[in-house]
Design a protein around this ligand. Structure first.
Ligand SMILES: [Zn+2]
Length: 429
């Protein structure tokens, strides 16, 4: 496949080169050539007027929660979670998660996201939706000490992870998702750590999201959440934390020393009014790798990583009274190559380079709200919307072309998702 005459190729290579008027050759799953006047046997896509980017990475989400989009807005976090979300989640079955995940896949593809990391339940449903859609996925099996719709306790959740791990494919990687330090005991966290070592896999966890969490931790454990995770020996290079919004400078330096990574979810944090703004400048200073995530659509309410890039940048500027903070290039890094690094796949995806997997998206730049282009990276971060994504390619396969998703039946996915919502709300299952 030849992507011919791309107006811009935003490579995200180590030099952050932006190339103009070049072709990109894809053979099989890989990018095999970048340059002018390339020839190909197969499909030729005219990319004039378009920008080619590495596919975006949504490194923290709860995909099937798209079913709860708009269901519980404008509520305090505790009420949102305990009165609205948990009762609905207690009725979930694998089929709901499957149909919800398919809806999420449509949204990801149409928004230029080629890799996600989901933390949720019923991984079988997520796996099926992932393989059908063709998106690259990481599924963090939710682990909690109490009963959920899927399992009785943490031990059963560990068993679910082990059986799912046997079903790993090129595009679907099961990992461990210990929910949070306040929902998993020390024993559960350390079992997860051992299991991750045995399976050579990643561990994902929420931590330091809200002030309540921090103060509860200080009261009960005499330590802040990240201090506690370090104290018990949980942190390490294979661990990545969602949020860390209340992390202190001391905790940030611990993250740096342990090579623990972070996923920042600014829209969800702001919508749930968590108060703490993740100290990204300090994280960058301590070489903590930071990716972006939308979090679940019940607290966002989209899976839109363009929005996440822009809001991440605006939030730091506003919070620190410094308009130079988190420039567009850094925001794009977080959504591409840093996302890949958090998931341990930076040698495979996250940039457009020969030898990498062809996970790329084409943006139609010939739109009023994108013109003129003085700096393509700024235009992408501050002006582009999901609707501007024209073509989405994962692992060398075209998932969407001219905004038509080729791997999924859009109408059918929407219909099944709304049927799932009906059944959840009516308790008919
Ligand atoms: Zn989350």
């Amino acid at each position: 496949m030849l992507l011919k005459n791309c107006a811009w190729v935003v490579t995200q290579n180590p030099y952050r080169d932006v190339l103009k008027g070049v072709d990109v050759l894809i053979e099989g799953e890989e990018i095999t050539g970048i340059g002018k006047g390339l020839k190909a046997q197969g499909d030729v896509i005219d990319c004039s007027g378009k920008a080619l980017l590495p596919g975006l990475i949504n490194a923290h989400t709860h995909l099937a929660m798209v079913l709860f989009r708009g269901y519980a807005d404008d509520l305090h976090l505790q009420d949102w979670l305990t009165k609205m979300i948990w009762p609905l989640e207690s009725r979930l079955k694998e089929r709901h998660v499957y149909h919800g995940s398919l809806l999420a896949m449509l949204e990801l593809i149409k928004g230029g996201v080629t890799t996600y990391c989901d933390m949720y339940f019923f991984g079988g449903g997520v796996r099926k939706a992932t393989l059908e859609s063709g998106v690259r996925g990481f599924f963090a099996q939710g682990i909690l000490d109490f009963q959920t719709a899927e399992f009785k306790d943490a031990d059963e959740a560990f068993r679910l992870f082990k059986s799912l791990a046997k079903k790993k494919t090129d595009l679907f990687t099961p990992i461990i998702g210990t929910h949070a330090p306040y929902t998993c005991s020390e024993d559960t966290l350390m079992k997860a750590k051992e299991l991750a070592a045995e399976y050579k896999t990643l561990i994902h966890i929420h931590a330091s999201e809200t002030r309540k969490e921090v103060y509860d931790s200080l009261r009960e454990k005499k330590m802040r959440p990240i201090e506690y995770l370090d104290d018990i020996g949980f942190l390490g290079g294979n661990v990545f934390i969602a949020h860390a919004g209340w992390a202190t400078k001391g905790e940030v330096s611990v993250l740096g020393r342990r090579e623990t990574k972070v996923v920042h979810c600014p829209v969800s944090n702001m919508k749930l009014a968590v108060g703490g703004v993740a100290p990204l400048p300090e994280m960058f200073r301590e070489n903590v790798v930071v990716a972006l995530g939308s979090d679940g659509a019940a607290s966002n309410n989209t899976l839109d990583i363009f929005q996440e890039m822009k809001v991440a940048s605006l939030l730091q500027k506003m919070h620190r009274w410094d308009a130079s903070l988190l420039p567009a290039q850094t925001a794009l890094d977080m959504a591409t190559i840093s996302g890949a690094e958090v998931l341990g796949i930076e040698s495979k995806v996250g940039s457009i380079e020969v030898g990498k997997k062809a996970d790329v998206v084409l943006i139609d730049m010939e739109k009023p709200h994108l013109a003129p282009v003085h700096n393509i990276v700024s235009t992408i971060v501050y002006s582009t919307r999901p609707g501007d994504v024209d073509t989405c390619i994962v692992n060398g396969k075209i998932l969407m072309r001219n905004r038509e998703v080729l791997t999924l039946e859009e109408e059918d996915v929407l219909k099944k998702a709304s049927e799932s919502v009906e059944s959840l709300l009516e308790r008919s299952f």
